[in-house]
Design a protein around this ligand. Sequence first.
Ligand code: SAM
Length: 299
Amino acid sequence: MTSASEHDADIQPGSLYVVATPIGNLGDLSPRARAVLAGVSRIAAEDTRTTAVLLRHCGVDTPMTALHDHNEAQVVDGLVARLQAGESLALVSDAGTPLISDPGFQLVRAARNAGCAVLAVPGPCAAIAALSIAGLPSDSFLFVGFLPPKPAARRQRIAELAHEPRTVLLYESSHRVVDSLADLAAVLGERPLMLGRELSKRFEQSVLLPATALTQWIAEDPNRQRGEFVLAISPAPAADSDQAREAQRLLRVLLAEMPASRAARAVAALTGLRKQVVYELALGLGGADANDADATEGA
Ligand code: SAM
C-alpha cells in the first residue's frame, strides 16, 4: 500500500497522469480517477466531446486539449512544455486505458524523455476484462489489437496466430466481427474462442465455444452482431507450435522451388497441420501462385 489516502489525488506539479476511464459503465470510473481529472491543470483527451460527457457526469470542468491519432505529433511538444512549466496533465482516451489500441504513446514517450513524472491511474481495459472472464489460460497472454481489415491480410495474421502457445486477445468492430469469426473458424476449426460483447454494459454477453460453433452463434441473431467485441483465442496445443515452426522451416526451402499451393500440400502432409493454415503461412512467407483462385481451391 502507498501512503496516499484512498481518494486523495495528491496532484504533483509537472506530472502526467495516464487515466483509465469506463468501457461502458460509468460506475467503473474510480474515485481516484475522478479526483485526478478534477485536480490536474488540463486533460489531453482523444475526443473532447466524448470526455465532456464523462466530465459532466462526474461534475468536473477541467479544460481539455484534443490529442488523437491525427494530431498527436503536433500537440505533444506543447503539452510537454506545459509539464515543464509546472502544469499537471491527465491523458484519457474515449474509453478504457489510453495507449491500449488508443492514442497517447507519443505523449508518454516525450514526457519521459523530458524527465517528467508519468503516473498510472489504472482501471478498465476491455482486453483485460475479457481475459478475466474467458476461462482460458491467463498466466501468459498475447494482445494483438485489431486484426487487419483486408481479408487476405487478416487470414494470414490468423494463420500466424494459430500456433501461438499463449491465449491471444484481440479487438474487433461490429462491421467485421462476422467475417473475422468466419476466417477464424476456417483456420482454427474446433479451437475454443471466447467472445466478449458489450462488456460491463446493459447487453453484456460472453460465450466460450469452438470457433465453428461461435460463427453459427453470432449468425443466428443480428442483435449479437451489434456493439463492441473482444475475442480470446485459446492457446495452440504445444505440439502445434512445434509443428508450425517445422512447417515454416520446410516452406522456406520448398517455396524457392514451387508455387505456394504445392508447397503447402506437401508441408501439410509432412507435419499434419491443416492445409489452409499451411497455405496462409506460405503466403505470409512471400509464396505465390500463378492463379490464386486455383491455388486456394488446391490448398
Ligand atoms: N483503450 C481501450 C481499452 O483499454 O479497452 C480500447 C480502445 S479500442 C479503440 C476500442 C475497442 O475495444 C473496441 O472496438 C472493442 O473491440 C473493444 N472494446 C471497448 N469497449 C468494449 C466493451 N465494453 N466490450 C467489449 N469490447 C470493448
